[in-house]
Structure formats: C-alpha cells, structure tokens
Design a protein around this ligand. Structure first.
Ligand code: FRU
Length: 468
C-alpha cells in the first residue's frame, strides 16, 4: 500500500514512531470519528497542519485495512464560519435516517470550539465531506460541552458528550434533532471531563455497559488521563455498578482522549487513544510533527475478585509484523541478561524469588536507559523515564500490580519514543512516552540484591510500517 513517505527521511526522524500512526507533519491530538466502513478503518484526528503546537483545529484523516498500516489522506474537515473543528465521532447512517446520505453513508458529529455541536456527511467513503447547512445542531448548554460520541441503541441514536464535570446523554431519531435524556456525574469531581465513550460488552452472556471518560488534570501519573466505569445503560442514562471504585483505564502518563470504533468488524471493540499528556504535550522534543496514537487495542471484559474489569490487548494484526529474535525458558536471573538486537516487542513472565526489585531496562546504554521495574514490597510496577528538559514530565510513573501465584507477566511494546506495558493479560496497562538518548531498543533484564526466576522470555523485532 502507499505510505506517506516521500523521502527517505520522513518517518525516520529522531523519536518518530515506527509502528504507530503519527501525521507526516503538524500537530495531532485526539483521535476522532473512529469508524470501520466498507473494508476500511478510518482514523480522523484533531490536527493543526500549520504548526507543531495546538491551534485552529481541523480533522486530519488516515485509513487502514488492518489498524496497523496507515495511509494519510487529505484533511477531512476544515474550520468554517461557525468555528474550528473540535473532537467528535462518525457513524454509518446505513438507512439514511438523517436524510443526508441517500443510499447510506457516513455522518460526522463534532464540536465547534464554541461548544456548539455540528454535523457533516460523506457519500464517497469518507473522501469528501459536506457540512450540514442547518449547523449548529445542538447549542452550547454548558461552559465545557463537547466531544459527542454516538451509537445506535434500541431503535434510536444515543449521544454521550462531556458537560463540565459530568457527561450528558441525548437521543435522536435522525442524528440532527437531539433531546437530553440524562446526566451522569458519579460523585467524582476531578477536573474537566472530555471525550466520553459509551459501549456495551458481553461477559459470560451478560451485557455490561462501559463508560470511558478522559479527565484533565488529576490522572495517576499527573496531568491528563483516562478512567472508566462499568454498569448499566437504561436508554436514558448510565448507572455505575461500582460507584465506590475509581477505575483507571491506563496507569501510564500518555493515554488520553481514546475512543472505540463505530461498526468494528465481528462485534469487536477496538480502541485508539492519543499517546500524549496535556501537562507537557506541546513540549515533547519532536519535529516535524508532534503527537502519535497508541497501538490500537481490543477491549474485553474480565471477571476478577474485585468485580468486572476491562482488559486491553494490542490488535492481532500487530503480530504479523513480529520477527522472532529468540525465546528463552526457565532460567534464574542473578544480575543481568542483555539482548543486543532491536527488541520492539517483549513477552516475559517472572516468578518471584528473593530479589526485591527486578525488571527490564530498555534503550540500554552504558549511561543507563529507561527502566521498568517491579518492586516486590511495594507491589508496584514503576517506569523510570528520563525527563530531559520537559516541564511536568513525571520521571517515575507507577501502578499497583499484585503478583498472581507469585508471578508477574508482562508484554511490552517499545517504539522509538513510547513504551506500552500490558500486564497480566491486559488487566493493567501503562502507556508512556520516553525520549531516550539512543534510538536502539537494546534490552537488559536485571535483578537487584538477589534473584528472580524467568519462566519465559520471547523477544521480537517489529517491522517498520512506513517502509514495508
Ligand atoms: C481533549 C480535547 C477535547 C477537545 C479537543 C480540542 O484532548 O480538549 O475536549 O474537543 O481536545 O482539540
């Protein structure tokens, strides 16, 4: 497929993600309008084409057959007389309920920067878009009132959108006329709520509803982050089944404004977030672009002792890019073990012995690299990442992780400027940017003051998606 590389240097700049999407140039924040339609995944995104800092928002656009290889297309939505293009969603209006897409097509619902909501439509597989002439379709009802996400439920369209420190639910027969049905706050007043998502998932034959909310600031790693609730949706509002628990979607510093795909194939639930943090988003040391997306993930529900939880997995298509580097089983790690090749995907299962701290060093050099450690006493997974000159860049991102049967199991994806950890089969994830001094992703396993047993270790290279 065609890639956006028009020279050998584009997509090979320092820190440029090699298997994550980032725009050729300019600024990217939230993914928008995630939709699967006629064999293509669409990724729209908050985009400022003329700068590497946030500015008048457009919707950038990329498409993919598999969620891994992306082709950047021309800008989909430009600012208009009513304002600039904030976040929103795209749905497939197969039955033309809107009257805008005879024969079926795509309808985008987005926020203007004024916090009024607008619509646009496309009848050519998302290649060109027309703004609805009756915009805006919903006025700004609150100071912060934005980021609509729409689903089809029980014969009507349902919208969830952020409204200050809560989310509101609206319903519509035609995507254009909306009526408020409910509001959910859940008692947590932790910063501005942005980019909500609402979707059903089934576990053991029972359907639960998941509400995802991006909050800024007050995330566990500082700055902006994502939380979620599990409960019921009665067609009007959301009822939290665990009202006393604050569940974090990701414990890393850089997983924000993520949403799920509309119409994902085979009933799957597929998700992409912005891999950055408003606390320092404009300061990360990249050029000629700034901002990337997380690895696309599949979401599932899992029963745990504490209740039902979300689990996240990198989409299967990533595995096709894996090049095995080696597999090692059953050995005791005293001090260190080094892997010299470019490891981009690592699966490791440790069994605790007497070392109180052990882990993996990534981007290892004689000067030290980025360390992911497990602290047995504290029951914490900690990512130590050099902060360089970046203000508000948390240098030690941590997450609570209890060993299961004395074991810690991790999958770690390492791109040039990011580390995504999936622990215990995706029950805990930690997504963080890193800006190491070296590009080579050499890896060193280590144990401090004792030993740890390695039950298995698999290392892979991942083929570059821009030069394949
Ligand atoms: C989240 C957000 C949204 C808004 C968009 C503007 O990161 O602040 O609430 O629509 O970014 O770019």
């Amino acid at each position: 497929m065609t890639s956006t590389t028009d020279s050998m240097t584009l997509y090979d700049e320092p820190y440029r993600p090699q298997f994550h999407y980032s725009p050729p140039s300019g600024w990217l924040n939230d993914p928008n309008g995630l939709v699967y339609y006629e064999g293509e995944y669409h990724l729209f995104y908050q985009y400022h084409p003329h700068s590497t800092v946030w500015g008048p928002m457009h919707w950038g656009h990329a498409v993919s057959p598999d969620l891994i290889h992306w082709e950047t297309l021309p800008i989909a939505l430009y600012p208009d007389d009513l304002g600039t293009m904030f976040s929103g969603c795209v749905v497939v209006d197969a039955d033309n309920t809107s009257g805008l897409v005879p024969g079926g097509g795509l309808v985008a619902l987005f926020s203007y920067h004024t916090q009024a909501q607008g619509a646009a439509y496309s009848t050519d597989r998302g290649r060109t878009w027309t703004k609805y002439e009756g915009n805006p379709i919903i006025p700004a009802l609150r100071k912060d009132f934005r980021d609509p996400k729409v689903l089809w439920y029980a014969g009507q369209w349902v919208m969830v959108l952020s409204a200050g420190e809560s989310v509101m639910f609206l319903k519509s027969p035609d995507l254009l006329h909306w009526e408020v049905t409910g509001e959910f706050n859940g008692g947590y007043e932790i910063g501005v709520w942005e980019v909500p998502d609402l979707f059903p998932l089934t576990i053991e034959g029972v359907t639960k509803w998941v509400l995802i909310i991006s909050v800024n600031p007050t995330a566990p790693a500082g700055g902006s982050g994502t939380r979620y609730c599990i409960g019921r949706f009665d067609g009007r509002t959301f009822i939290d089944e665990y009202p006393d628990q604050l569940l974090w979607f990701d414990w890393g510093a850089d997983d924000y404004a993520g949403t799920t795909f509309y119409n994902a194939p085979d009933g799957r639930c597929q998700f992409i977030a912005w891999m950055n943090n408003w606390a320092y988003a404009e300061l990360i040391p990249t050029s000629v672009w700034r901002g990337a997306t997380t690895i696309p993930r599949e979401l599932r529900l899992v029963n745990t002792e504490a209740g039902v939880r979300l689990a996240q997995f990198p989409v299967d298509a990533l595995n096709q890019l894996r090049v095995p580097l080696g597999k090692w089983e059953h050995f005791t790690l005293g001090e260190t073990l080094s892997l010299d090749e470019q490891v981009r995907d690592l699966e490791v299962e440790f069994e605790l012995r007497d070392a109180q701290i052990f882990g993996v060093e990534l981007f290892a050099t004689k000067m030290g690299g980025v360390q992911l450690t497990y602290d047995v006493n504290a029951q914490q997974l900690v990512l130590h990442r050099p902060s360089g000159d970046i203000r508000n860049f948390n240098p030690a991102v941590s997450a609570p992780l209890v060993a299961v049967d004395g074991r810690i199991r991790l999958r770690i994806l390492v791109d040039r400027s990011s580390i995504e950890v999936f622990a215990h089969d995706g029950l805990l994830t930690m997504t963080s940017q890193v800006f190491p001094e070296v590009d080579a992703a050499h890896v060193r396993l280590f144990a401090l003051d004792g030993t740890v047993h390695v039950l298995s270790l698999c290392a892979y290279q991942i083929q570059n998606i821009w030069r394949a």
